[in-house]
Design a protein around this ligand. Structure first.
Ligand code: PLP
Length: 407
């Protein structure tokens, strides 16, 4: 029998969201046994979108499916993705600065983040914002990046955490970045909701270049930025094309969480220490382990990037930001210090000195509202709760009413 990959054993206890689902089920079961009066449990927990895809983009998806049923418009594998889609992504998100061979279409940014680790292998030194979206850490652990290094009590051995706290304005101390690191950086951030300023991104890129590190910049929430002074891409920082890969997605902007479409920008200018091309390696990896994004999804992606599609993206993200404003208002009225919500669908609420999982349970038991315990995103997330603005308006209003009355 083959041995189990030892990296699997290095993963910390259950992935955060299955654990939340388990606790919710447990609570429901305890309610069924009597006690707590029944009221519907509302989720302000997960980052899953809830609203329908808007008509222009949805019509393109429908037409994309119909095209597969006609001989003259049928298409099979499209390994590298539609060239027109790659051009439009470059034009809408990067001011046209990249050629189509620098944009790689994928089935979503999480999948790309997982695959990206193959570029750097098990020797990579990994830096992550703490707290951070779990796949940067868990994916690195799976790829062996944390193997053979010292386990740090309570944290995740071998991976350098860059704490993002109220004290540093949720932007890390960059001097902790070691030579030759792979730095995962997410803005607007999941879970803190912090959106980095132009000065901060410039400093990040300067530090990456000074330490000959690479940045993997996750811009999955870029379309939530409303403050016109905030950068929507790492490439707005000088010199980023030499040291940064950017992942992005149609999931949270166009509601494609179930459709699956994203992309990764890998500039030609990026080179390893030995001068080798990162772009060429990424093309090789994608050609080896990926067979292209769905043709139907790409038809929808094209529509999302035309004038009408962009209006729909704005309307959909405005809707979720409206939810965020409601949640922010009720938490602030309760005197709970909060971050995010203005340029992000996440609100990061500080319940200190109460521990995250205790606050999670208290909110669930009193308000019948599911949230996400901040401790699940890294050690610096302890005592925080992440509220997500993805929900139907009536549910968010109901949840906010309960939080206002019962918390
Ligand atoms: N990046 C961040 C920061 C996310 O929060 C998420 C989803 O929640 C993703 C990436 C995954 O997006 P996708 O649906 O494109 O895989």
């Amino acid at each position: 029998m083959p041995n189990r990959n030892p990296n699997l054993a290095r993963l910390k206890a259950g992935y955060l969201f299955p654990e939340i689902a388990r606790r919710k089920r447990e609570f429901e079961a305890s309610r069924a046994g009597g006690g707590t009066p029944a009221s519907r449990i509302i989720s302000l927990g997960v980052g899953n979108t809830t609203e329908p895809i808007l008509p222009h983009i949805c019509a393109a998806l429908e037409e994309g499916a119909r095209a597969l049923g006609r001989t003259e418009t049928y298409s099979g594998y499209m390994d590298e993705g539609l060239e027109e889609l790659r051009r439009r992504i470059s034009s809408v998100y990067y001011g046209g600065r990249f050629g189509p061979d620098e944009i790689f279409i994928s089935d979503g940014s999480k999948c790309d983040i997982g695959r990206l680790q193959v570029l750097f292998g098990s020797e990579a030194r990994v830096c992550v914002q703490d707290p951070s979206y779990p796949v940067y850490v868990d994916g690195s652990v799976l790829s062996g990046a944390a193997a053979g290094r010292q386990e740090t009590g309570g944290g995740y051995g071998g991976i350098r955490y860059l704490p993002c706290t109220a004290a540093n304005g949720y932007f890390p101390d960059l001097s902790a970045i070691e030579e030759g690191s792979v730095i995962y950086f997410c803005s607007p951030n999941n879970p803190t909701g912090a959106a980095a300023s132009a000065e901060q991104l410039n400093a990040l890129v300067r530090q990456a270049r000074a330490t000959r590190s690479f940045i993997v910049y996750d811009a999955a929430y870029a379309d939530y930025i409303r403050d016109p002074g905030l950068p929507r891409s790492i490439y707005e920082a000088d010199g980023a094309a030499e040291c940064a890969i950017e992942v992005n997605s149609f999931s949270k902007s166009a509601g494609f969480t179930g459709v699956r479409l994203g992309w990764t920008a890998v500039p030609h200018k990026m080179a390893y220490t030995d001068g080798g091309s990162v772009n060429a390696d990424w093309a090789r990896i994608m050609a080896t382990v990926f067979n292209g994004a769905s043709n139907i999804a790409q038809a929808g992606g094209l529509a999302a990037l035309d004038g009408e599609g962009q209006k729909e993206i704005r309307a959909l993200t405005d809707f979720y930001l409206g939810n965020a404003a409601l949640i922010l208002e009720v938490l602030r009225k309760k005197g709970i210090p909060c971050m995010g919500g203005g340029n992000s669908p996440y609100i990061w609420a500080n319940f200190a000195p109460e521990k995250s999982w205790d606050a999670f349970s208290r909110i669930l038991e009193r308000c019948h509202v599911v949230t996400t315990p901040g401790a699940g995103f890294g050690p610096a997330g302890e005592c925080f709760i992440r509220f997500s603005a993805f929900g139907h308006r009536a549910d968010v209003e109901e949840a906010c009413g309960r939080l206002g009355r019962l918390l």
